[in-house]
Design a binder for this molecule. Sequence first.
Ligand code: PEP
Ligand code: MN
Length: 346
Amino acid sequence: MIIHLKKEAGLNKANEIAKELNAFLLDRPECYILISGSGHKELDSKFDSLVIEKFVFGDDIQLASRKYSKQTREVKIGNVSIGGNSGNTILIAGPCSVESEDQIRQSSELLKSLNLTTLRGGCYKPRTSPYSFQGMGLEGLKLLLKMKQEFGLNVITEVRDASHVNEVIEYSDVIQIGAKAMYDHGILKACGKTNKPVLIKRGFGTTLQEFVQCAEFVLSGGNDNVILCERGIRTFETKTRFTLDLCGVAFLKEYTNCPIVLDPSHAMGYAYGVADLTRACTAMGIDGLLVEVHPNPKVAKSDASQQLDHAEFIALTKHLLQSHLQLERKSFNFIFPFKLTCYGVL
Ligand code: PEP
Ligand code: MN
C-alpha cells in the first residue's frame, strides 16, 4: 500500500505513522509517501484528514506500478530524457569492458562521430570464471571520467558487488547493476540513496516479479530514477547465448512505470543477430537500447563474439533509422505511434 500524506502532518507525525505501519517513508516536496508491503496494517481512521491519496496493490510491485503512475517515469541521462513525455529511444553503446585508454578513446570517437551521447564500458566485470579478465577497476573508471571530460559523453558502468558501489556511483552518470549483481542488496540499497539513474539488468533466471521487486528496493530507498533492462533469460536453447524475452518486455510496459532498455548483445551472444534484434526491439516502443561495440572485437577481453566492429555498428544505426522511418510512413503513425529519436542518429 502507498499512502500520500499531507505535508501539514509534519515529519515527526509522518515518522510515527510509518513506524506504526512498518512502512518506508519518503519525504517529498509535495507530500510524505508511506510504502508498506503486502499484509500491511490499515491506517487508523483518525489520520484520514491527513491522507491525500491511497493506492492498494495485489503484490509488491508498488512504486514501479502503472497503477501508481500511469505515465512512464522520466529519467534524465545527462541532458537527454527518456520516459515521461520525451518519446525518446536512446542508443547506449560501447565495449563490454574498458581495456585501455586507446581502446576506450576509439569507442568515444565513434560515438561522437554519430552524435551519440552515452558510452558504456565495464570496469568491474562479473565473470563466470575467476581466470577470465576481471576488469580494470578504478583505473578503468578514471579512463571513463577522462572520456567524459574530453568528449562530453555520459558514462554508464557496472557495479559487481557492494565493495566498490560508492566508487561506481561517484564516477558514473548511470549505474548499471548487472544480471548477476541484481540480487545484491548492498548494491540495491546504496543505489537507493543516490539520485543517479540506475539501470537494473534482469537476471537470466529471474522472474519478472523478482526483477521488478529489485527495482522496488531502489525506488523505496528514495531514488526515482530506475531503468529496467531486459538482456535475455536462460531457456533450453543453446544456439543463442540467451533468449531475449520480448513477452516479458510487453509485461513490463503494461504493468510498470519504469523506462525500458533492451540489450540485444548479451541476449544473442553473437554479433550476427544484433542489428536485426535492435529493429525488433525498437518496434516494441522501448526507451533505449544497449549495444556492445569494440574497435577490434576479435581481441576483446570479454564478450568477444557478440561485440560489433565499428563498421557493423555504423550500419546498424543507419538501418535502425531507415526501418523506423519506413514503419512510420507506412503506418501513418498509428501502428507505430511513438517518436524514435535515436540520439545521434537523427
Ligand atoms: C555487460 O553489460 O557487459 C554485462 C556483463 O551484462 P549482464 O550483466 O547482462 O551479463
Ligand atoms: Mn558484456
